[in-house]
Design a binder for this molecule. Structure first.
Ligand SMILES: Nc1ncnc2c1ncn2[C@@H]1O[C@H](COP(=O)(O)OP(=O)(O)OP(=O)(O)O)[C@@H](O)[C@H]1O
Ligand SMILES: [Mg+2]
Length: 451
């Protein structure tokens, strides 16, 4: 192609094997479900340009089309869509990595609703799908969606797909999976062989390790495999949509994690309580000790139905009494408490118990505990619970499970049953980890590497 539009559409583009294959694939819809860092947005950006200039532009370039940038009447119009604004900025950056400057007619990528004009009179609009009602417009010639599985349900069918109908536009989709959510049902199943397969679609699948263009990646993946809980590894590096199903703490082993160890308070750099409030359902707290190596021992659980936090009646059993008892026995530094009841936290403080709201980041908390629980190749783990003192926890930890996906909702949410003991543990461990661990488990690799 001559003039300002000089772009190489040869058979190879210096990609790894999977990228080259996608480069040469002419399907109208290409779905790419890959592990992190596979290079999916690199190839999707290149492919977007190829689709624009080779698939679309060549077929219309001799037609008389009334168009002009000044009147905002593009010859061809495309959308690049991301689930939120931050991912939208990344998508723009990726596109710029592969876009020759000579193709840019006008750069509006820093506008609040970013766009680009490419020669000659071709417009790309960048859209964040956070507010789907804004995804309206006339027919477009093609669409590139990044991190597709993170889009809200219905955005594809209600807002995006219809815009392609008029002009028989094409679609490129990249993502790491996010459980078995709407994306699997409504996009992936069209692309994969099976009863819903549509011949206009094709599915590509890839593991992070296939990106041979990044020499550090193999080492990084091997390290992650050793140190990461299995399900996080499977999802992020092997693009497995079923990683988050069933049991949450799937590496929990009664033999390894539940023991009658001798409790010696000198072994711990700090001892912490984690309280989940509950009057009609189970309430309680766990006491954990953190060792100098950032391992966690759960020393005792205190659980009880239907007791109040405080009472006028001095004979009544209360959480304040229990917490004081535990404070005396273990020398607890602090109680991390369910943040849903600030009044109860205040009542603890009034009674002289050091208490504060726990960090309630569910995923980060689960990931921290899963990582501690991980059993390494030598059979070591950094998590134990005391067999005699923590019978309920030993029973409910393995029962704690992911909510089943219904109506294509995200399935990466814990089910709200058997969760009281697990919440207590999460409050204590995750909040304490943020304050007293040298590194959060998920950051350890990076620190090891930097050292
Ligand atoms: N064929 C290639 N040649 C050179 N660099 C590449 C190639 N493919 C990818 N890269 C680079 O590797 C990095 C990861 O690529 P990219 O961002 O496309 O991966 P991704 O699969 O979208 O990752 P993430 O899951 O983090 O979004 C980027 O810095 C990109 O520029
Ligand atoms: Mg990406």
């Amino acid at each position: 192609m001559g003039g300002p539009i000089s772009i190489n559409f040869g058979k190879t583009i210096g990609g790894h094997r999977g990228q080259e294959e996608i480069w040469n694939d002419d399907h109208r819809f290409i779905d790419m479900m890959m592990g992190r860092r596979w290079g999916k947005d690199w190839i999707a950006s290149k492919k977007t340009l190829k689709n624009i200039y080779q698939r679309d532009f060549l077929s219309i370039k001799d037609q008389e089309i009334k168009c002009s940038m000044r009147r905002n009447m593009p010859r061809l119009l495309y959308w690049c869509v991301a689930p939120d604004y931050a991912l939208c900025r990344i998508q723009i950056k990726k596109l710029f990595e592969v876009l020759p400057d000579s193709l840019i007619q006008y750069d509006g990528s820093r506008a609040s609703q970013p766009f680009l004009w490419l020669y000659p009179e071709i417009k790309l609009e960048f859209k964040s799908a956070e507010k789907p009602e804004r995804l309206v417009g006339e027919g477009i010639n093609g669409l590139y969606i990044t991190e597709t599985a993170r889009l809200k349900k219905n955005v594809w069918n209600d807002n995006l797909r219809p815009t392609l109908a008029d002009k028989k536009g094409w679609g490129l989709f990249t993502t790491t999976p996010l459980g078995r959510n709407w994306y699997i049902d409504e996009i992936r199943s069209l692309a994969e062989p099976g009863e819903h397969h549509d011949p206009e679609w094709i599915a590509y699948y890839g593991k992070t390790i296939e990106n041979t263009k990044n020499p550090n990646l193999i080492d990084e993946v091997n390290k992650a495999k050793k140190s990461m809980p299995k399900k996080y590894f499977l999802r992020n590096y092997e693009a497995c949509p079923d990683a988050f199903q069933g049991q949450i703490y799937d590496e929990f082993s009664y033999d390894k994690h539940v023991q009658d160890f001798e409790i010696n308070l000198d072994n711990y750099k700090v001892i912490i309580g984690g309280q989940d409030w509950g009057y009609t359902h189970h309430g309680g707290f766990v006491i954990i000790g953190i060792t100098n190596d950032d391992a966690v021992d759960v020393l005792e659980e205190y659980t009880q139905d239907r007791i109040p936090v405080v009472s006028e009646n001095e004979h009544q059993d209360t959480w304040v009494k229990r917490a004081k008892e535990a404070e005396e026995k273990y020398g607890t530094e602090l109680f991390y408490c369910g943040p849903d009841q600030p009044v109860y936290i205040a009542a603890y403080r009034e009674a002289g118990i050091d208490a504060t709201a726990a960090n309630n980041s569910v995923h980060a908390g689960i990931q921290t505990i899963s990582t501690l629980m991980h059993i390494d190749e030598n059979g070591h783990t950094q998590f134990r619970i005391h067999k005699t003192n923590c019978k309920r926890l030993a029973k409910y930890l393995p029962a704690y499970s992911w909510r089943e996906a219904r109506d294509g909702e995200m399935s990466e949410e814990p089910a709200k049953v058997n969760d009281d003991e697990c919440d207590m543990l999460r409050y204590a461990v995750y909040s304490a980890a943020r304050k007293w661990f040298r590194y959060l488990p998920e950051q350890r690799n990076q620190h090891r590497e930097a050292a």
